[in-house]
Design a protein. Structure first.
Length: 357
């Protein structure tokens, strides 16, 4: 059944709006009438690759190599939340409550299919113990799919706030949640508290959704941030993030590998988001095309490819181990892009199923 007059929203919404006809035979998408900013699509691809680098197994590589790669990737999830809020505001301003329903109808099938795939995968890895898999997977804060679950919840919370005419309280609330997340996770051990890592990351969905929403509503980036201002935010955020990580490791023992969000990460991700809006690429490129079409699929299913590559690398003879260590992250990124591209072109039905269409 075709869905006419339907506009998808969210960090990967343009994936659906720009699918080739072979991928969109079962649905009709309302065409966009505004000029496209292809740089946002390109940064989607960069964010998806960064997520892969966060989850790759770096067995045997030194911290001097691994930690900068992990720290680089810390912008990705906040960026996706901000992009969601940015595009949601544009739809909400035109469609009101219908924009919320369309966002949820977009996300729920995607979340259901992805959870099903990983329930089956983790069942195969756990020797068939379904009870353990279901208890930690389906619509919880566990695993990489927490992003979808958190985004669904954030859309609902933002909608409730907008319905209650609480627009003036959005930014203060966002700042308060960010502070609470930092206290209950990154700075928890320093303050003598128990780290609530999963919960602290989950609640960050709402403030970053709000930041993107307000950036669109006020046109803040266009009015107040230049390209060089965005670059300075990125550099400053990276330096602050690094300083925080090293400080917390020295004074609280919090492993640099496990610190996922710090105050510097806020400025780092915000700078990336601002740069994506300011660059405003007028023409499509291979990077923007892949970001537009495949960033969602990369995010959802890269752990399957990472697991397969890691297993293959573990079978290498000892003499090949140094080469394998360096090839592992490169192969994970390259094979993820290649396999998803082949699926979209050669088996569009499978590709659409994996994306909840």
């Amino acid at each position: 059944m075709a869905l006419t007059g339907y506009t998808f929203t969210g960090p990967f919404s343009t994936f659906y709006q720009n699918m080739p006809q072979a991928h969109a035979s079962s649905l009709t998408i309302t065409p966009t009438v505004t000029p496209r900013n292809y740089s946002i699509d390109a940064f989607r691809l960069l964010g998806a690759i960064a997520v892969i680098l966060l989850h790759v197994k770096y067995r045997g590589l030194s911290n001097e190599v691994v930690l900068p790669l992990r720290w680089f990737g810390r912008f990705a999830v906040p960026f996706f939340f901000m992009a969601s809020g940015y595009f949601f505001q544009k739809n909400y301003a035109k469609q009101g409550d219908a924009a919320v329903m369309k966002s949820l109808l977009n996300l729920l099938p995607i979340a259901l299919v992805a959870n099903l795939v990983f329930i089956l995968f983790e069942t195969s890895q756990s020797g068939g113990d379904l009870s353990k898999v279901f208890s930690v997977r389906l619509f919880t804060m566990s695993g990489h799919l927490w992003f979808l679950n958190a985004l669904i919840g954030a859309y609902l919370m933002l909608w409730l706030l907008l319905e209650r005419k609480a627009d003036a309280w959005l930014l203060p609330l966002a700042h308060a949640i960010v502070a609470f997340s930092l206290i209950t996770n990154a700075y928890s051990l320093l303050l003598g508290l128990k780290a609530e890592k999963a919960f602290a990351m989950m609640i960050l969905s709402l403030p970053f959704l709000i930041y993107g929403y307000k950036a669109s509503q006020t046109d803040f980036v266009a009015k107040h941030i230049s390209v060089w201002g965005a670059v300075l935010l990125i550099i400053g955020g990276l330096f602050l993030q690094t300083a925080e990580i090293l400080f917390l490791y020295k004074h609280s023992g919090y492993s640099p590998h496990n610190q996922e969000f710090l105050l510097g990460s806020l400025f780092y991700a915000g700078g990336i988001f601002a740069l994506a809006l300011k660059l405003s690429m007028p023409h499509d490129t291979v990077f923007s095309e892949y970001g537009r079409k495949y960033s969602l699929t990369i995010y959802l299913y890269h752990p399957l490819i990472v697991a397969a590559v890691s297993y293959a690398m573990s079978q290498l003879p000892a003499a090949s181990l140094p080469i394998g260590l360096w090839l592992n992250p490169v192969l994970c990124v390259a094979l993820t892009l290649l396999i998803i591209r082949v699926l979209s072109v050669k088996t569009p039905r499978v590709f659409r199923f994996l994306n909840g269409i």
